[in-house]
Design a protein around this ligand. Structure first.
Ligand code: TEU
Ligand code: CA
Length: 557
């Protein structure tokens, strides 16, 4: 089947924060429909929709209580069908979020499984406790704390790697796999273009032995990328996905390059692409919450590893779990617009399918909250509790939470300078950033040099250019804040030079400018603060190659 998804740009929507049409403060499906033209004008051909299924919202929809219905706060199934067809009319496919590691505890399967004699008992992972009222093993979850919850009704514990309202399904039970196949067919038959598969590499628990010591996700060696998960992915592909023109991108937790290769190797027939986290953790210790210094040299190393290691990458800098990239790797102060464009330059000159997260295309920043009580994310509260138990002082705690909280990405999209940022006429479920008066879609739409218009240019540049899509990635140079790499296809070559710093810098090389975040039309080797430039290689009238940039760009002292 054709690999159309390699040609496309994907736009991720987190529905509750996207656009509210009935002023209840929560984004909805009619809101998405009302913005389809904006998404089309950006040049995206796919929308990945974070969950809109029925859910009690213990984890904002990642706890599903019915996979075949739409939660009333988002609209109706008719709205959903309308969205699919309205998107289709604009050449856009909708991709659903497939959250199948766990369900909500309010899902009927789980409710039935609380009865020991029910055929649904084995849909989940139930175990008796250890003597002395201790849980069945020492595992800890992604949201911290034990993964076991005791259920008085049947006198046993059930496993939950995330929130206790997100019980894990038992993938040793073939009936569960068959249920999932039916759910996938249900949505594919409605015309969706594929799935983003939530934490897909951890669905299969090989054993429930105690885990090696670590604070968060203790026990992961028993469920990360197990043979069982690979086998199930192959089966889902063979029995379901292969019969539709669709793609899958799998979120893969704590995966290394070899693991990601296995999951996305076309020969193996599992996933089409994987999301990994390495490139966003250059300035983090172990996981997101403990900061260390950002080094551009390290970033280029990580990019090179994945660009050369995988045949095809899922390229992303933001999603609903990550801080805003301009606040993370860029400068959300004086150089906000310029650094946001630099990050866009990087995103669209790497090899893979680019993903844009809502608001990224206008350079939205992290939230401006000043205390924990303004946050909604369950993870932030749990992390705070955890690090408090290690006696981390309040100020440092808040600093960590503030920079890494998932709510950074979840504040409402800033559409205009009207009250509620044009997102809602009511009280938003999570506070709007006060900078909406300066940073909003409408203002940027009307300004040629805006971040929004730069995104549009970069999407268009990639779309029209096979070298940027399919060219080989070659790292050229990294020093201090500057990195350079090129993309090569046959005789064609493009070089990207990025200055990740607020200081001027130099990088040798002159030549025709294909993209510039400061509106240059020629380049002489001197870089402004946060400057990004893409240089092209041209072929002259006689077919002779003109190399504007030496193959290895070297620093000029
Ligand atoms: O995220 C899983 C995941 O591993 C992390 O990114 C997660 O956010 C957690 O912070 C690890 O510290 C996926 C979803 O994207 C996330 O929104 C859900 O909360 C989670 O799965 C459970 O479904
Ligand atoms: Ca609403």
């Amino acid at each position: 089947m054709s690999q159309w998804w390699k040609e496309q740009v994907v736009y991720q929507i987190y529905p509750r924060s996207f656009m509210d049409t009935n002023d209840d403060g929560v984004g909805d499906i009619p809101g998405i429909i009302s913005k389809l033209d904006e998404i089309r004008s950006l040049g995206a051909g796919v929308i990945w929709l974070s969950p809109v299924y029925k859910s009690p919202d213990a984890d904002n929809g990642y706890d599903i209580s019915d996979y075949r219905s739409i939660d009333p706060k988002f609209g109706t199934m008719a709205d959903m069908e309308m969205l699919i067809s309205q998107a289709k009319a604009r050449g856009i496919k909708i991709v659903m979020d497939l959250v199948i590691n766990h369900t909500s505890d309010e899902h009927e399967w789980f409710q039935k499984s609380r009865d020991k004699d029910s055929p649904y008992r084995d849909y989940y992972i139930w175990r008796p406790g250890k003597p002395g009222g201790k849980p069945p093993n020492n595992w800890t979850g992604f949201f911290t704390g034990t993964v076991w919850e005791y259920d008085g009704q049947s006198g046993e514990y059930y496993l939950h790697l995330f929130h206790k309202k997100q019980p894990d399904l038992n993938y040793k039970n073939q009936k569960v796999v068959e249920e999932i196949k039916e759910i996938m067919r249900f949505w594919l038959d409605k015309g969706v273009g594929g799935f983003r598969c939530d934490v897909i590499n951890i669905i299969y628990k090989s054993s429930l032995e105690d885990g090696k010591y670590q604070v968060v996700a203790r026990g992961i060696e028993h469920y990360q990328s197990q043979e069982g998960a690979h086998r199930i992915l192959k089966e889902l592909r063979r029995d379901v996905l292969a019969h539709y023109d669709c793609f899958t991108v799998g979120e893969s937790v704590m995966v290394d390059l070899d693991g990601a290769k296995q999951l996305s190797d076309p020969e193996r027939g599992e996933l089409d692409m994987v999301f990994y986290f390495d490139h966003l953790e250059v300035d983090r210790v172990v996981a997101r919450y403990i900061p260390k210094k950002f080094r551009a040299v390290k970033l280029l190393q990580v990019l090179t590893k994945w660009q050369q290691g995988l045949d095809w990458n899922a390229l992303y800098l933001e999603n609903h779990d990550q801080p805003r990239i301009v606040s993370h790797y860029g400068d959300d102060g004086v150089f906000r617009e310029r650094s946001a464009k630099l990050l866009a330059t990087m995103l669209f000159t790497l090899r893979g399918t680019p993903f844009i997260y809502q608001g990224q295309e206008i350079g939205m920043t992290n939230f401006d909250f000043t205390e924990l009580s303004q946050l909604r994310d369950v993870e932030s509260y749990n992390i705070d509790k955890l690090i408090r138990s290690f006696f981390v002082p309040a100020r440092i705690r808040w600093n960590w939470i503030r920079t890494a909280s998932r709510d950074n990405a979840r504040t409402p999209v800033q559409w205009s300078a009207e009250p509620g940022a044009g997102f809602t006429g009511g009280e938003p479920w999570l506070g709007v950033n006060a900078n909406y008066k300066d940073i909003n879609y409408r203002e940027q739409q009307g300004r040629p040099d805006s971040v929004l218009n730069y995104y549009k240019q970069m999407v268009a540049l990639r779309a029209s250019n096979d070298t940027l899509k399919y060219g080989k990635f070659i790292p050229l140079y990294a020093k201090a804040g500057v990195i350079a790499y090129s993309r090569v296809l046959g005789e064609e070559e493009y070089t990207t030079i990025l200055n990740f710093s607020g200081k001027p810098a130099r990088a040798a090389g002159t030549g025709p400018v294909v993209a510039s975040n400061i509106g240059r039309d020629s380049f002489d080797g001197s870089l402004s603060p946060w400057e990004a430039v893409v240089l092209g290689k041209l072929v002259d009238g006689r077919g002779k190659v003109f190399r504007p940039v030496p193959p290895s760009v070297s620093p000029v002292p």
